[in-house]
Design a protein. Structure first.
Length: 333
């Protein structure tokens, strides 16, 4: 299995203060209703301190945005149909460009007494998927309008009673993320991500169970929880993805991590196993990444996506289907 140096730059987003709890941000004075603060500020604002747990929410869209058509980070070159039928000869660049002006965030709060607030957070954003490649020998581009939906849960715990809501609540628990396209096709109608295994230096450190990945909960070390996955420069990180697909062509599975100047990051995982399951196929994808020295310290979001072959290799703009799952991690010094 080919190892790639993943100069990860922004990846899985999660946090807390010094291990999921690192250096705390200076608390900005905020007044008003606690619920309004949690729904409209805590889960949307990006703070300067990369260890601030609330940044998880602001980063969860940008970590999945390619900014347009880009090459895969591994430098593997153009993608070809690999023997499958396709009007596209090869793909040179491809990627999402999301329109932040279309972002709609719906947060629903349920109280557990006076000390805990459970928040269901659903984000919907529109954009386009751009494909640049050769079609019947001619360089061309295809633009497919898409709508992406992400959902996760969080629990905030009361730590004070003050007029400033930001002083009153800290992130207590947060879930992994469910993601999928809802247009032009619903992702889970075609691909179900069932399990993701994450290894650090050959040791299994996390198993994320699907297809509902929000059942995977991380507890802040600020409140004596186990925290999130930790990595350091020099670690080898293997990601193994188990999925079920109703598509006869092999799906395209990729790992996405956040922005780093001058670009974005996405890297494909090769398929290592395929087993028929009635009218569907069970498939396993795997790749090992090396954490390079350029990876910033802090907490980040990272995603696995499963996209149907025809989403990229069919010129029909009404065909595009992706299912995704995301989780947080922290880079330690």
């Amino acid at each position: 299995m080919k190892n790639t140096t993943l100069v990860f730059l922004a990846l899985f987003s999660f946090l807390a203060l010094v291990y999921f709890s690192g250096c705390e941000n200076t608390v900005t004075e905020v007044t008003g209703d606690d619920d309004e603060y949690l729904k409209n500020t805590a889960i949307t604002v990006l703070y300067d301190n990369s260890d601030d747990p609330d940044n998880i929410f602001a980063n969860d869209i940008t970590a999945f945005d390619n900014g347009g058509a880009v090459p895969d980070f591994d430098g593997a070159g153009a993608m070809t149909p690999g023997g499958y039928s396709s009007p596209i000869d090869s793909i040179i660049r491809h990627g999402r460009k999301l329109d932040i002006n279309t972002l709609v965030t719906v947060a629903t709060i349920t109280n557990q007494g006076d000390s805990l607030k459970n928040i269901n957070i659903k984000k919907t954003i529109s954009g386009v998927y751009i494909i640049i490649g050769y079609v019947n020998g001619v360089l061309d581009s295809i633009t497919k309008p898409i709508t992406l939906e992400k959902e996760r849960f969080a629990v905030f715990k009361r730590v004070a009673h003050t007029p400033n809501p930001r002083r009153n609540w800290r992130l207590f628990k947060i879930s992994a993320v469910n993601g999928q396209t809802t247009a032009p096709q619903v992702g889970t109608d075609n691909i179900l991500l069932n399990k993701i295994e994450i290894f650090r230096n050959g040791v299994l450190i996390e198993t994320l169970l699907g297809p509902d990945f929000t059942q995977n909960i991380f507890s802040s070390r600020l409140f004596s929880g186990a925290g999130i996955m930790n990595f350091r420069h020099g670690d080898d990180v293997k990601i193994k993805v188990f999925l079920n697909s109703n598509q006869p062509e092999a799906d395209l599975v990729a790992f996405h991590w956040g922005r780093r100047y001058p670009g974005f990051h996405r890297e494909r995982l090769p398929m290592i196993s395929e087993t028929p399951n009635g009218s569907t196929w069970n498939r396993i994808f795997e790749r090992t990444f090396h954490v390079g020295p350029a990876h910033r310290f802090g907490v980040f979001n990272g995603y696995i996506s499963g996209t149907t072959f025809k989403s990229l290799f069919d010129t029909n703009t009404n065909i595009f289907s992706t299912t995704a799952a995301g989780a947080p991690y922290r880079m330690l010094p």
